[in-house]
Design a protein around this ligand. Sequence first.
Ligand code: TA6
Length: 294
Amino acid sequence: MIERLNQTFGIPKSVVFVRDNNNFAKACLTSSAGQRADVFLHGAQVSSWVGPHGEDLLFMSSKAVFERGKPVRGGIPIVFPQFGKGDLPSHGFARTSMWEVKESSMLTEGEPSVTFKLEDGPLTRNLWAHQFVLEYTVTLSDKLKCSLKVVNCGTVPFFFFAGFHTYFRIADINRTSIHGLHEVTYLDAARSRSYGVQNADPLTIEEHTDRIYLNAPDTTRIGDRLMNREYTVVKKNIKDLVVWNPWENGSKAFADLGPQEYLSFVCVEPMIVNQKITLGPREKYECAQELSYR
Ligand code: TA6
C-alpha cells in the first residue's frame, strides 16, 4: 500500500508516504519554508505540524490510542457530520474512518498539497443513511491550510455540523491567552450551554473551559508567553469557534489523556455548531482553516 501510494502520489522531498511505528499510514509533507506536517489516512487527521527549527506546534497525547475506528487524541481531528455527543459517535465518524488519497500536487513556491477523500459506505450508512463525498485538502507553505468540501451525492437533502478540532501545543495553559473574542457571545458547554459574553480580553484559561463562541470573528490569536510564540487561526465559511481545555479535573474523564497534559494544549476549533448546514442533492459546501505562527 505504501509503495503504491508513493508511486502514485509521492513527490520527491515534498510528499512521502510511510507507515509509522503504530502501523498507521501517513502522508509526510515538507514545504520549501521548511515546515513539515504528517497526515494519517485514518481520519485524514493531521497528526503533527513542525516548524523549520523543529518547533512542535500540535499536541498529541502521550496516551493517544492508535487503533482503526477509534479517535486519536491530538493533532487536528475532523468533526463531521455531528459535533459533540448525539446519535452518532462523539464528533461523528469522519475522524475514525479510513480515507483514501485522491491527489497530490505542488502549488507555487514549494507548497505541497494532498487531497484525501471519504465516500459513504456500509460503515457510514449504518450510522448515517446519506450518500456523500468529503474531500479534505491539506496544504503546507509557511502556513498549514485545511480545506473541507462536503458534497451531497444522494437524492434527498441532509444537514451536518463540521469543523476542525485543533489541539495547539503550548508550554503552559497558565501562561496562555486567546485574543479576538472580546464581547463575543458564547454557549458555555461546561455550564449546561448557558449563555455568556466574553468580557475579559484576552481570554485566559483558569478552569475547565468549554465554550462555543457564536458568529466569532474569523481571526483568533493564541499567545504562548513562555514560548514567546503566537498562533493565528483564520476560519473561512465557518461561523463558530470552540475553545476547550478540560483542566485537571476534566482530564480524568479521558483515559487517552495524561493527568497533567491539560497544561500543554488548548483546543481552538473553527466549528459549524450553532446552525446546521443543509445540502440539497448535488449541492456542496466548502470551509477551511488557515494556521500560522510566529
Ligand atoms: O470541542 C470540545 C469538546 O466537544 C468537549 O466537550 C470534549 O468532549 C472534547 O470536545 C473532546 O471530545 P472527544 O470526543 O474527542 O473526546
